[in-house]
Structure formats: C-alpha cells, structure tokens
Design a protein around this ligand. Structure first.
Ligand SMILES: [Zn+2]
Length: 248
C-alpha cells in the first residue's frame, strides 16, 4: 500500500508542480516537472522498466533455455500451435484470457496435458480496465486467475499484463494477489508483421540464454513462422522450456 500511495502522490505532485510552475512563469521548473511526468508515463507502457509492477523479463539461467509465450489463448489457432510444438518436441507457456478459458476449458486442459505452462491474462482483456480503481482491477485479475486455474485443473500464479500496460493500481493489485507478472525480453510484434522471413530472422538474432519471447497464438504470421522459427532456435542448440512459478 505504501508503494501505491507514493507512486500516486508522485504523479499528483508533478502534475501540480507543472501547472503551478507554468502559471508562475518558472519555465525551467515546469520543464523538469513535465520530464518527470514523461518518465512516469514511460513506466506505464514499458514492461522492461517494471516501474509499477515487478515483471519477470527473462529466465534466471545460464543454460541455453528460451521461453516461447503465447498471449490471448485459447483461440481457434491454439490447437494448431500445440500440434507444431508437439511435432518439434518444444514446450511453451500460454497466457489465457479468463473468459476464453471458461468457454474452452478442454483447450486449456490440453495445453497442460501436453506439458506446457498456463498463466492468466485478466478475465476480459479490455484496455478500459487500466482506468479503473483498486476494487475493479483486483476483481478483473482475480477472476482471470480463477477462471484459468479452474479450466487448467490446477492453480496458476503466472500472469501477463494485457498490452504490457501497468500503473500504480495494477501494480498494487498484482502484489496483493501474489501474482508472478511475466514480461518479455523479445517482443515479436507478430500481430502487425507483414514479412514473415524478416520477422523470423529478427527473432533469431535476438535469441539468447534465458530470453522470454512474446507471441500471440491468434496471429497468422506466428502460425506460419513457428515451425521454421523453432527449427532455427533448436539448430542453435537452445531448449524451449515452459515457465515455472519457482525462482526460474
Ligand atoms: Zn493480450
């Protein structure tokens, strides 16, 4: 709670300072306050900064382990992604939207049965939740975690921020619910990619020990690229592993 209050107060103080400074024509002070606000805003959109919510952005390992992660599951593509992973002997992590997990529990069960990890990705995955207060955000996160855990048949604390967006309220709720927020070290931008060979090469160049790679399993580009990408990663001697809840 103290961290939540401090971050909220910092926002408020910088905002008041910026307005007051420009009103009093103390432009240098106003500029500094705006710079501070820009830094706080950068923290909202960056999982790397972990400003409001501590994110696990890479595996703690010196071994050649890499984690593929698929957001927004289960979708109509999940089955195909699972088949590719099975054919390549690769394991991964699926961050499931609670509502979808409730609609297709059999897919979540299949993900777990095939040795992959599951985490939650809120109940509804709507950007509007980022503007809500503690009670609503906590409910959204808790419902997501409970829906995915129920579908999986086992509890999961792994969690991924929708859109990678956080703020003081979300950070507070993540800590309160004892969730493990997982970020990424490689963002594929697979939902907007047009050139699949270029996307695959870009990812391969960035594969290193412990890297966590973000994909979306509804992305046609990911589905097309995945067998080819996995071949490239495994050829370089890396093992594709699911995330764990311990100190991995
Ligand atoms: Zn998402």
């Amino acid at each position: 709670m103290i961290r939540y209050i401090i971050t909220q107060l910092t926002w408020l103080l910088l905002l008041v300072a910026a307005v007051a400074a420009f009103y009093l024509e103390m432009y240098w002070l106003g500029g500094l306050a705006l710079l501070g606000l820009a830094c706080l805003l950068a923290g909202v959109f960056s999982v790397r900064l972990s400003m409001y919510c501590k994110n696990k952005n890479k595996l703690r390992t010196t071994d050649k382990y890499v984690a593929l992660t698929f957001d927004d599951a289960p979708t109509e593509n999940t089955e195909k992604v699972l088949e590719i992973l099975r054919s390549k002997g690769a394991r991964a992590t699926f961050f499931c939207i609670g509502k979808y997990a409730e609609e297709h529990p059999e897919m979540v069960q299949r993900i777990v049965a095939e040795g992959h990890a599951v985490g939650s990705h809120t109940q509804h995955h709507k950007i509007s939740y980022t503007f809500k207060g503690i009670r609503a955000v906590k409910r959204e996160l808790r419902e997501g975690m409970e829906s995915v855990s129920a579908a999986a048949g086992k509890p999961t604390r792994l969690f991924r921020l929708p859109f990678g967006v956080s703020n003081p309220v979300i950070g507070y709720c993540v800590r309160k619910l004892n969730l493990i927020s997982v970020g990424w070290s490689v963002r594929s931008f697979d939902t907007t990619a047009k050139n699949i060979p270029r996307l695959r090469n870009k990812i391969l160049r960035r594969v290193k020990n412990g890297r966590i790679i973000l994909f979306h399993d509804y992305s046609p580009a990911t589905l097309t690229m995945l067998p080819w990408l996995i071949d490239g990663i495994q050829y370089r001697g890396f093992y594709l592993v699911p995330l764990k809840e311990d100190n991995q």
